[in-house]
Design a protein around this ligand. Structure first.
Ligand code: DLL
Length: 460
């Protein structure tokens, strides 16, 4: 541990007289100066870092250079942060077109680690990190974990998948950097996960929200009450989820479920995270510039309005990203947060542009269906959406699942289905076919849940 971190920890250790009442632990800040930096100072830092990022991209990445030349932009000419909206966008297909290393701003020999998105078809998207990038990532993840309520000395049970996915190693090095004891579980072998959460007294659980629910279910089946375990904080992300899902997870695992956001192209986990207020995710503005645009016109939308999130990295060496179109739908709020952090907040990411279904003219995100389903009596929080084309129309079938004991007969299942159909119609505004399956019949997730089975003919 370096001296800086050691000092930071030393100031956090409080000695308690024997027999004294246990005080509620004070909030732990990983990097208070950076997290509460006054806006003006933050803006100056952002501008300096943006110029350096543009210079890095211009000098080392042919694609960025040619786009900036075409837009007649010289990195050093940038006068204010507002001018970012004149910069060209970067999109996911750029990474595919320059596969595997064409977007890297450092020679491959200086890249310490690669990650890649799985991608259902074709080549994956490859991202790279220098040693310094990995250091910063660990710092940002440690900061994110602390912001969500993790502390040095905690046992962190990490059920994000290890490997090319950024979740596992991202959370792992963040937890180590925080000064926690990390249990590198990865996904799967859920019974074993339950046992180790209890035996090692994990205080923090890192997992996708759908897998967290899978853990809760397996524990209940095994007769293990995780609500009585040491679990207190969950860092859940990597897929869209709803407030209804949060309530469900909090009740069944007995912890505070915090939303964490990130994406490989920009960093991995640790781009934005909730604080104890659970009222939006603080986006770390000293390392990223956040914009929200109208996905159709590509113009910025007024603050507070929903649109596509666009991120520019400010400190990445190996893979500087300029105005990366994430496809994620969210809103930005700059109102002050009760926690005292200066950084803006992203509202819960409701889904991706490309996950949006249009069912008879109504735009539907899977997370809206989730919000309508979860909490209904007799309905378990597991579902899949099946989309088919009948004639010229898209049809939606919601495959939900009954809770154990809720439905003894086929007639019971049909009666629950009718209630679900009504709920979806009134809350989401679409007419969906609903099939309620028996307990255990909807596939369970080990990582990112598959929410949509798209059976429409492919248009290429
Ligand atoms: O999922 C990084 C990550 C790992 C984030 C662990 C949080 C926790 P990718 O595999 O590149 O990276 O997928 C990124 O996942 O563009 C969103 O569409 C979605 N996503 C990530 N976090 C959230 C979230 C990781 N909290 C893509 N809410 C992103 C909704 C999320 N969607």
């Amino acid at each position: 541990m370096n001296a800086l971190l050691q000092n930071r920890y030393a100031s956090k250790i409080h000695h308690r007289a024997p027999g004294a009442r246990r005080a509620r632990p004070a909030a732990y800040w990983y990097d208070r100066d950076a997290e509460t930096m006054p806006r003006q100072k933050l803006a100056r830092l952002q501008l300096a870092r943006l110029r350096a990022t543009l210079a890095n991209a211009y000098e080392h990445v042919a694609l960025h250079r040619s786009r900036m030349d075409a837009a007649r932009i010289r990195p050093r000419d940038l006068r204010s942060l507002d001018e970012v909206s004149e910069l060209p966008f970067t999109v996911k297909s750029d990474l595919r077109d320059f596969y595997p290393f064409g977007m890297l701003a450092r020679p491959r020999e200086r890249v310490a680690r690669l990650h890649a998105s799985s991608g259902t078809t074709g080549k994956p998207t490859v991202v790279g990190y220098t040693k310094k990038d990995l250091e910063r990532w660990a710092d940002l993840m440690a900061r994110s974990m602390a912001c969500a309520g993790a502390r040095p000395g905690d046992v962190v049970h990490n059920a994000y998948g290890y490997g090319l996915f950024t979740g596992g190693l991202g959370a792992h090095y963040g937890a180590e950097r925080l000064g926690a004891t990390v249990v590198p579980m990865s996904g799967g072998a859920t019974e074993r996960q339950v046992m180790l959460i209890v035996d090692f007294a994990a205080r923090v659980l890192c997992a996708t929200p759908s897998y967290a629910l899978n853990i809760a279910e397996v524990a209940e089946r095994e007769g293990v009450d995780l609500r009585a375990s040491a679990l207190a904080v969950g860092l859940f992300g990597a897929e869209p989820w709803s407030e209804a899902m949060r309530r469900e997870i909090q009740v069944r695992l007995g912890l505070k479920a915090m939303d964490i956001y990130g994406l490989s192209e920009v960093l991995g986990p640790g781009v934005a995270v909730e604080c104890e207020a659970q009222d939006g995710l603080h986006g770390w503005e000293d390392h990223f510039l956040f914009e929200v645009i109208d996905p159709d016109t590509a113009r910025p939308v007024p603050e507070g309005q929903a649109g596509e999130l666009v991120i520019t990295t400010l400190t990445k060496e190996a893979l500087p990203m300029i105005r990366y179109r994430t496809r994620d739908i969210t809103r930005i709020s700059r109102s002050p947060c009760s926690c005292g952090r200066a950084h803006l907040r992203l509202r819960r990411i409701t889904g991706r542009n490309d996950d949006m279904l249009i069912i008879r003219g109504v735009n539907v995100y899977p997370s809206q269906i989730e919000a309508a389903l979860i909490g209904l009596p007799g309905i378990a929080p597991h579902y899949q959406l099946v989309v088919e084309r009948r004639g010229n129309l898209d049809e939606l079938t919601v495959e939900a699942e009954a809770t154990p004991g809720a439905a003894a007969t086929e007639a019971d299942l049909r009666e629950i289905a009718a209630r679900v159909r009504h709920q979806i119609k009134s809350l989401v505004g679409v007419t969906a076919e609903v099939v309620v399956k028996k307990p255990g019949e909807v596939p369970r997730s080990q990582g990112k849940a598959v929410r949509v089975r798209d059976l429409r003919p492919k248009t290429t």
